[in-house]
Structures are given as C-alpha cells and as structure tokens.
Design a protein around this ligand. Structure first.
Ligand SMILES: Nc1ncnc2c1ncn2[C@@H]1O[C@H](COP(=O)(O)OP(=O)(O)OP(=O)(O)O)[C@@H](O)[C@H]1O
Ligand SMILES: [Mg+2]
Length: 229
C-alpha cells in the first residue's frame, strides 16, 4: 500500500539516504533499526515532506506523494510523530490533539483516541509541557492519529522513555494497528521494542537498508551486532 522506489535524500551536496527500495503492506508494522546518525530522522522527515527528496518516488495507494507538501501528504493519509515528540508545551492536551484535526472535516476529537489513551482524557486541560515523557509520547501519537492516517510514521518513539512504559507503547501501537487498521513505519534503536511490534525489521546503515528480516525468522544476534557500537 506504500511503496518507496529508488528513493534518495540529500542535504545540499551530501547525500544521506541512498536509493532505498521497500514496500509496506496494509496493516503491516515495519521497524527501521539503526544507530545514531544512520539516517532514520532524515528518512522519516523526508517521507512526510519536511525535507525534500533528491530522487525516486513514494506511492501511497495510487497517489504519488513526492511532489506534495507536508499538509497534502497528511491529507492523503500519512501522519508523523517526530523524534523528541515536539508537543506544544504551553498548549493544553486537548489543544495539542486539535492541531492534528486541520486536514479532516470533523473538528471534534474522536472519542476512540481517548479510549486508546485514557490518561489524555484525564489530563485534557493540563498543559502539554507538564506531562511526563511517556504521556507526551501518547499525546504526540494521539495528535498524529487525529488526522485519520493510513500510514503512521514514528521516529524513535522510545527515546528517553522507561522500559515499562515502552512495553505499554508497543501494546498500544499494535492495538491501534488492529482496531483502527493502518500501517506503521517506526524507526528505532531499541531492538526489544522492534521485536515486540514489527512484522518486518530493516537495518539502516549510512542511509542504506543493509538487512531485512521477517519477525518469525529473525536472527536477533545479527541485528544486535548492527546496533552495537
Ligand atoms: N540538517 C542537516 N544538514 C546536513 N547534514 C545533516 C542534517 N541533519 C542530519 N545530517 C546528517 O545526516 C546523517 C543522518 O542523520 P539523521 O539525523 O537522519 O540520523 P538518525 O539515524 O536519525 O540519528 P539519531 O539516532 O541520532 O536520531 C548524519 O550524518 C547527520 O550528520
Ligand atoms: Mg534521529
């Protein structure tokens, strides 16, 4: 349902993502694992249109996304949870989620978002900046889901989050996939989290996918070796 073909991204003369090719199926969760500086954020930001691509194509269903601005990509069904969450700290929880409604007709927060994240309902009126890291991550995911995506992109969602909360997050993301029905691409450095949620795991090194594994047959030690410094 989402196809990345011969896809490259550069900062000026410096190419950081080289000729990527992969597909994401409907309701599939893909984890892209890689160490610091390997190109995860560059790829994610370019998929949502925050960084221009250098070449290649991105098709979602029948639509070509490559020449679209971020707003139109979101409207076409892609949503993005950035690294570091980037919630609006002086706005309330409710207002933060509402910023995700700009591309959809219904301007009311869907009740199922509060069912997925009950803590956000409790904290509706609280400022985003006063939430814990784990709660802010839930808020960032809820904000992304407000645009009713078919494809959810998450850039290192576990960064700075404690292990027990990471397990909850994995459970919630799988629930979102099963109940709402969407595909997910998540970039990560935490192997256990990727093993927990992904159907397929890619390893990215210096902007290239150097390994691809199915969850059922994954060689954990080989993948771990790529992640150790
Ligand atoms: N704005 C920029 N201009 C030039 N080069 C950049 C820019 N942002 C990132 N890079 C370079 O691109 C490469 C990939 O960086 P990127 O941030 O995509 O990595 P990452 O895998 O997300 O790392 P991390 O795990 O630390 O978040 C690095 O070599 C980095 O120095
Ligand atoms: Mg990054």
């Amino acid at each position: 349902m989402f196809t990345v073909s011969d896809y490259s991204v550069a900062y000026g003369q410096s190419e950081v993502i080289h000729n990527l090719n992969f597909e994401v199926k409907e309701n599939e969760i893909i984890a892209i694992l890689g160490r610091n500086g390997m190109g995860k954020t560059t790829l994610m930001k370019s998929l949502i249109g925050m960084i221009p691509s250098k070449g290649g194509s991105l098709t979602l269903g029948e639509k070509e996304l490559v020449d679209m601005k971020s707003f139109d990509r979101v409207k076409s069904g892609v949503a993005f949870v950035p690294q570091g969450r980037m919630i609006f700290s002086t706005m309330t929880v409710k207002e933060n989620i509402e910023t995700g409604l700009t591309t959809v007709k219904d301007k009311k927060i869907p009740e199922n978002l509060y069912e997925l994240f009950p803590v956000l309902k409790e904290m509706k009126g609280r400022r985003g900046g006063n939430l814990s890291g784990g709660q802010q991550q839930q808020l960032a995911i809820a904000r992304a889901l407000a645009s009713k995506p078919n494809l959810l992109l998450l850039d290192e969602p576990t960064e700075g989050i404690q292990p027990s909360i990471i397990r909850d997050m994995a459970r919630t993301l799988k629930r979102i996939r099963d109940e709402i029905g969407l595909s997910i691409i998540v970039s990560e450095q935490v192997l256990s989290f990727a093993l927990d949620i992904a159907d397929r795991i890619f390893v990215i090194e210096k902007g290239e996918i150097v390994r691809e594994e199915n969850r059922e047959s994954v060689d954990e030690q080989k993948i771990a070796a790529y992640l150790s410094v």
